[in-house]
Design a protein around this ligand. Sequence first.
Ligand code: SF4
Length: 189
Amino acid sequence: KDAVEISLKDIDQLAKSSFPLCMRHMLDKLRENHHLKHGGRMQFGLFLKGAGLKLEDALAFWRAEFSQKVGSERFDKEYAYSIRHNYGKEGKRTDYTPYSCQKIISATPGVGDHHGCPYRHFGEENLRAALNKMGVSGHALEEIMDKVKNRHYQLACTLTFEATHGVSCDSGINHPNQYFSESQKVLRA
Ligand code: SF4
């Protein structure tokens, strides 16, 4: 079986090794603010579901952060429902599918939003700093910035994957969950 299952205690470590920049950024912001707006909860929550985080763990994960901001009572009343909803446990029982890069890139995050694609939505300085934090610098970094300037965001993400994993990614990155599973394949090989 090659399906990866991620558990609550592994999230931060896996984020460092295997999450694409869009998802690292949201985890950072969630840890920092103990809150994410709706667009972020959807994009990040569905990614975590796709990465194999079980519903019970997802509820514990979001509750641990949000309760520091809004209290656990309000979390249970106002936010838990939508998390169960994402897992198809409420409402129409639709099983929501994690967002593709194309969908994330075409989002229009507003002030205070942290979803979207950093290659598309960050300013140059922030993007450079975020890539530096991932250990990308020098020639590799300039190549990535060049792709961004030409609006090839998924190619920029693919180059980041290659620079941080030391392997080529011939298929290219088209989905954050694909980035995650390709990364796990490389690291677990
Ligand atoms: Fe995330 Fe896709 Fe953008 Fe990479 S290209 S940061 S996986 S949305």
